[in-house]
Design a protein around this ligand. Structure first.
Ligand code: FAD
Length: 418
């Protein structure tokens, strides 16, 4: 019988692994709770009306259509029976494995305040992105309807919590919407009066970048109308707004871009985990004492050169490739590859139109050139010529016309006055 490899999660890590197992001679089962692979780095552009959902996600079956050795299952994994070597899906069915790879990613975390999620949605899935898009657009619509000045102000206050790359990108593009895209279309409000708050509990924004790039990003955002508040944590999120330290701020739209919590793989395995729920794997990315069960990507805690491997797409892909090499070696009876080592390529973030920061270690870049490099890099990593072409055209169109085309509110909601 063929060696059975079960991969859970068709994100960056899982998909890379399956692609690298091509021709390895094993039977691969890829399980995901969604039918698509999602390019998360551009989710914020769906949330802010620049791109449509189908431009950054692709059906997993379609991607793997020519791989006879791969079976794709649309199912939710709910547990792992380590004794029987089976994965439990949809509550009852079981999928047997010889080798198991868990690549189930992470979600945003509210530091123990899960009730905040209803009022401050995070950005992780296409549903999250369309929810945020709807809330953003409805806030402007409601402000246009309202006769109450205080209510209008609250509706036109947008708070983004967390100033890592996602928070910075969101704040920059919301400012652009309010300042540049929407003004000609509203009659009763001036969308340029919108207040966009970027909140960071740490001392500065973009903490993974050098201080001068972070300072440049802060200056650029402030010039485009974003108000940056650092060094104070959000202590409450409510339907009316947030509490910053002990100061209440009326803001009807709050977006959460702070903190991550790994998927529950740790609970499925009964394995040791860090505070963010990431499974503590050994240097071969296997669960300690169980060399046939691997955990990769955002769900794994692994250190190389004494540093935690970051939760970013290139790290997940490198781990996927590494485990594929390990499985191939095992099947061929060759020695296992040397322990996993992460190669950091650099950090990139956009700060709105015509500005980005790039930190490739010795080589750093900021401004419009960085923005172009950022754009080309992201186009390159999209799947398929169609997506590359369509995203390039959408960007070009928005750049030239100043109009974002994905601005539909697709869920009916009653617009209350005021
Ligand atoms: C908004 C946002 C912006 C980002 N921007 C960048 C960026 O600019 N650059 C960068 O390098 N990284 C970025 N990242 C981080 C990057 O996307 C992640 O590090 C990467 O996706 C991790 O890959 P992964 O394979 O571990 O998990 P994911 O890509 O998250 O994939 C996990 C998969 O597992 C599936 N899954 C989860 N639970 C189950 C279950 N119980 N059963 C079945 N399937 C399940 C999910 O549906 C998903 O398809 C960003 C992340 C977000 C959220």
């Amino acid at each position: 019988m063929q060696h059975r490899v079960v991969v859970v999660g068709a994100g960056f890590g899982g998909l890379q692994l399956v692609q690298d197992l091509k021709g390895a001679g094993c039977a691969v089962t890829l399980i995901d709770q969604r039918n698509h692979h999602l390019f998360q780095p551009l989710l914020y552009q769906v949330a802010t009306t620049l791109l449509a959902t189908s431009e950054i996600a692709w059906p997993i079956r379609r991607i793997l259509r020519s791989r006879e050795d791969v079976t794709t299952l649309l199912a939710t994994v709910e547990g792992v029976d380590r004794q029987k070597r089976e994965v439990i899906i949809n509550g009852r069915s079981r999928v047997p494995f010889d080798t198991l790879v868990l690549a189930t990613g992470a979600r945003h975390a509210y530091f123990g305040n899960d009730r905040w999620e209803a009022d401050a949605p995070g950005l992780k899935t296409l549903e999250d992105a369309t929810t945020i898009r709807r809330r953003l657009l409805l806030a402007f619509e409601r402000a246009e309807l309202s006769d109450d000045e205080a209510e209008r102000e609250a509706l036109l206050t947008f708070a983004v919590v967390g100033a890592g790359p996602t928070g910075v990108e969101l704040a920059g593009i919301i400012a652009e919407l309010a300042q540049r895209v929407l003004p000609p279309e509203f009659r009763r409000i001036d969308t340029r009066r919108a207040r966009i708050l970027l909140i960071e509990a740490g001392p500065r924004i973009l903490q993974a970048f050098t201080e001068d790039l972070s300072a440049y990003a802060a200056r650029t955002l402030e010039k485009s109308g974003v108000e940056i508040r650092t060094g104070v944590p959000v202590t409450d999120c409510l339907a009316e707004g947030i509490v910053l330290g002990d100061q209440p701020i009326a803001a009807r739209t709050v977006i959460w871009a702070a903190g991550v919590q790994a998927s529950p793989a740790q609970a499925w395995l009964g394995a040791e985990a860090d505070r963010a729920g990431r499974v503590l794997v050994d240097p071969t990315l296997a669960v300690p004492g169980d060399p046939a069960i691997f955990v990769i990507g955002d769900t794994a805690h692994v250190e190389t050169d004494g540093r935690l491997v970051p939760g970013i797409a290139p790290a997940a892909k490198q781990q996927g490739s590494y485990v594929a090499r390990a499985i191939r070696a095992r099947l061929a009876g060759r020695p296992a590859p040397a322990p996993f080592r992460y190669r950091h390529m650099g950090n990139l973030a956009t700060i709105g139109r015509n500005a980005a920061v790039i930190d490739f270690g010795r080589f750093k870049l900021k401004g419009w050139l960085a923005w172009w490099v950022w754009g080309v890099a992201h186009i390159y990593f999209l799947i398929g010529a169609r997506s590359r072409l369509i995203v390039s055209l959408s960007w070009l169109w928005s750049y030239i016309s100043g109009h974002n085309s994905a601005r539909l509110i697709t869920q009916k909601e009653t617009l209350r006055k005021g």
